[in-house]
Design a protein around this ligand. Sequence first.
Ligand code: MG
Length: 341
Amino acid sequence: MSRLSDERVTSLHGAGGELMGKLLAERILPAFRLRRAGPIGLDELDDGAVIELPPGQVVVTTDNHAVKPFFFPGGDIGKLAVCGTANDLAVMGAQPVAITMALLLEEGFSLADLEAILTSAARELADLGLPLVAGDTKVMGRGELDGIVINTTGVGVAERAISDAGLAVGDAILVTGTVGDHGMALLAAREGFHLQTELTSDVAPLWPLLAPVLAAGGITAMKDPTRGGLAAALNEMARKARVGIEVRENAIPIRPEAQALSDLLGISPLEVACEGRAVIAVTADHAETVLSLLHAHPQGKEARIIGRAIPDYPGRVVLNTGIGGRRFLEMPVGDPVPRIC
Ligand code: MG
């Protein structure tokens, strides 16, 4: 495969024949050679993988990634496809142990871009020590798909899985970092403002940050504020647990660049996705310990306690806006940024 830069995906790449085998063997599989999760893995190209799991509760999650643009400030669809799924496991309290990846490609998609995307995904997997155990590639005709869609399915193991519904009155609510970075960075890229702003996506794996926090105990609920952002995550947690959540608006960490863009575009950073943050509910007596553990990790430097679960307004989120002002932080109605993840 010479002159990769102008080579394109063709229908033959998805036909399961010689050309697809060459693409897999030469361009894709070499990037994914990692520690094995079982006696049969990706290398065998068998009909399925066999994995061996440590003791505990098995957690499974799946996600389609259709972000646009495919390369954005701070990341790309490959990195996002790994982090998005690994993070859903992490906020369930599960260590990611295996992942699968299924590619849908549009005929004509650049092979150089594909290689860059897969190399980026492989880098994240290597950092996490997470083996890719199964995969699939299908090619759709021109116009039948917009470029690339990546499905990843993750398997994780938790000592005791954490739901997003477990919070109780009195629990402290934390976020692990600034909110809305991913959504606002994507918006900036789409609107052509990316050269004027330093804002980059927060896309990153959460497990290295959350593992020590989970070990410390006291966590009652967790969620990654992806689509719908912090507003959707808090509302969902409040509704499921039938408690109110009171948040101090000025405690929510927001990058000045994200706020500036928000002021310009009229889209709230509280309503757009993060891809490397967690919302954590923790018993009041563990809150400071959890906060200092988060601060000890490079990804948790800007973690804050932003509020608490309250008996009033069950199912609602109340924002204290300072100087005695209060308003409900509503569940976002639609997605202000389509194809954000
Ligand atoms: Mg999630």
